[in-house]
Design a protein around this ligand. Sequence first.
Ligand code: HEC
Length: 260
Amino acid sequence: MRNWENWVRMTPTAGLALALLVGACSAPPESQSRSENRVDQKDPAGPDPAQFEGFQSFHPGEQAKTYHSGFDGTNDYLTPIAFFADKAPKVTFSDPSVAELQGGVLTINKGIVTDLPDALDGKIQLLLVRSKKAGKTSIRAVAGGLDQTATLDVSAYTADDVRAGEARYNGGAPSCNSCHERLNVHNPTVLADLSDEAILGVAVDGKSLSQINPRTGQVETLRPNGGSHKWQVSDTERTGIVAYLRSRSLTFQLPSNVKK
Ligand code: HEC
């Protein structure tokens, strides 16, 4: 992959899952009523998208500036991390044996995501981070006067975990895919700042998830199916579902507002 930008333009949208940050999180499908899945909070005010700066966590209940990925020695784990700045940052890792940047930093603009809000046009710098082994590293990004450090936590999974997760996700009863194929939301871009337990909480345990809508900056509570989004999964499938989702490519469940 010599040139990341060319690669992105040539392959069906490679990293453009980033669009999920501005798209899928905010657009429940028409067949699902908003009230069934989302509860407005008392104080809906969040950051103005124009003020997003540096590493931005979209899930206020989670540890800020902490990202999660996996490693199993077989599958590819690429974690898309959005850094908000006027220009592409210089990126360094405290432990380069844990993860590295794949290609250059990609600047997301309206040429790539057609309905990107004006305030975000050219301001989202996408870091595509490839896991090299399980462990922790900090990621430092410097762009002009902006100098921030985030944490990347890489969990150890196995190829069998991924297979178990895939079988449950696509073939269980009910299969996750039977609904999620058209929901456009489980791309690694939206899961990167969620821990395994947070993903499983909302994915199978019926818990709510608090998230910032990147389009409006508002905080909303996602409560799928009014709290009855609970599914039977074995312990192996629990680990497997997270491993499977974290190892999906960036084109997984890509929304329609991304240019292909
Ligand atoms: C009957 C349909 C249905 C099934 C089956 C289903 N889900 Fe969901 N799920 C939903 C809906 C609807 C939402 C809320 C989507 C929204 O408004 O963004 C949701 C939300 C989620 C979320 C929160 C993030 C998000 O917005 O998507 C996760 C994670 C998730 N589901 C995982 C799973 C997994 C894993 C399974 C299988 C074990 C599963 N779901 C099965 C309908 C379903």
